[in-house]
Design a binder for this molecule. Structure first.
Ligand SMILES: CC/C=C\C/C=C\C/C=C\CCC/C=C/C(=O)SCCNC(=O)CCNC(=O)[C@H](O)C(C)(C)COP(=O)(O)OP(=O)(O)OC[C@H]1O[C@@H](n2cnc3c(N)ncnc32)[C@H](O)[C@@H]1OP(=O)(O)O
Length: 308
């Protein structure tokens, strides 16, 4: 418990409020429905509705739907908003748990916004990285129950969000999840790596991180990267069933158990947040890293092949 509290103290003091896949719908119809929903999400984004919160105080949990079109990439502003919301959940007496999902079809989160790393500047880069650390500390160190309902692709930072939760249910379908940083020419930070080790074990993580492996949903289930698969239409119902089960466990005992399991991993980052931020800036500013990021961005911008 105390490590979680000290994490929040550090956070307040720091005042940080501050293709791999080609996702090809099988039919043209699916494409147009998808595009329409994606456009709706983009419109909502233009009005700065970056996530929706649906609180069910009677049942004791909330559903948090990420909604930053087109792909829920995590930039400074989005992370800052998320951190404020996560803090609200943490302080709520009525909310015991949160289902984390996305309102964007086929995308849970595309991970960190690559534009935050490309042509990085010291000040913004530091704020960005501090906000990301804070998101992870808040999620991984939360006393609440977090269930990830992974409705689509979840690479890199998207995978980090989901493995920071207590339980993961992933939609069946042509979706990928994993820490693919090496494919961008980047080494996954130690706290990404350690969260992955805590989820799927050392040997599987060693292979996955070196290869930048993106798992299909079935592969993810086989290595315990996710706990359950569901048809897309049943995803939230299954997450709610699971949440009810977790909410029924005596709270203090569950919280103490969670914090004892995660304390060491959290402490490692909390003890060296500034050094970690500095490493991120120095590493990302390297010419070779900038070159890799540019090439990766270009590959993402290439026109997509039609599946028709
Ligand atoms: C010595 C070392 C010491 C210390 C080391 C210290 C620090 C380490 C340094 C850094 C660590 C960084 C860790 C990084 C973590 C990350 O999360 S990096 C991001 C990884 N994400 C990805 O690789 C996903 C890339 N995206 C995709 O594969 C696909 O977009 C998708 C499968 C998610 C969705 O596919 P589609 O539905 O087909 O959508 P599009 O590809 O058309 O994308 C729409 C639109 O969005 C843009 N975009 C996609 N992803 C991102 C992103 N992550 N960031 C920014 N923008 C993104 C894409 O380019 C399209 O843009 P437009 O073409 O429409 O302009």
């Amino acid at each position: 418990m105390s490590i979680i509290k000290s994490a929040f103290r550090v956070l307040r003091f720091g005042s940080a409020k501050n293709q791999l896949f080609s996702l090809e719908s099988k039919t043209c119809r699916a494409f147009s429905v998808c595009n329409k929903l994606r456009q709706d999400a983009s419109d909502a984004n233009a009005s700065k509705i970056n996530f929706y919160v649906d609180e069910n105080k009677e049942k004791g949990y909330a559903i948090l739907k990420l909604n930053k079109g087109p792909v829920n990439s995590l930039n400074l502003e989005f992370l800052t908003e998320l951190n404020i919301q996560l803090e609200k959940f943490e302080e709520s007496k009525e909310i015991k748990g949160v289902i984390l999902t996305s309102s964007i079809p086929n995308i849970f989160s595309a991970g960190l916004d690559i534009m935050e790393m490309y042509q990085i500047k010291q000040d913004r880069g530091s704020q960005f990285w501090t906000a990301l650390q804070e998101t992870w500390i808040k999620l991984y160190g939360s006393n609440k129950i977090y269930i990830a309902a992974i409705n689509g692709h979840s690479p890199a930072g998207g995978c980090l969000l989901s493995i920071s939760c207590d339980y993961r249910i992933m939609s069946k379908g042509p979706y990928k999840i994993g820490l693919n940083e090496t494919l961008l020419g980047i080494k996954a930070p130690f706290w990404f790596r350690d969260t992955m080790i805590n989820t799927i074990g050392y040997r599987e993580t060693e292979k996955a991180l070196q290869l930048g492996k993106l798992y299909s949903s079935e592969e993810a289930l086989a290595v315990n990267l996710v706990d359950e698969l569901a048809d897309s239409k049943d995803l939230i119902t299954k997450a709610e069933e699971q949440m009810s089960k977790w909410c029924a466990i005596p709270t203090v005992a569950r919280e103490l158990t969670k914090s004892s399991m995660r304390r060491d991993t959290l402490s490692k980052l909390i003890a060296q947040r500034e050094a970690d931020t500095q490493s991120f800036i120095e590493f990302t500013q390297r010419d070779s890293i900038q070159k890799s990021l540019r090439m990766y961005l270009e590959s993402l911008k290439k026109p997509k092949k039609s599946s028709a």
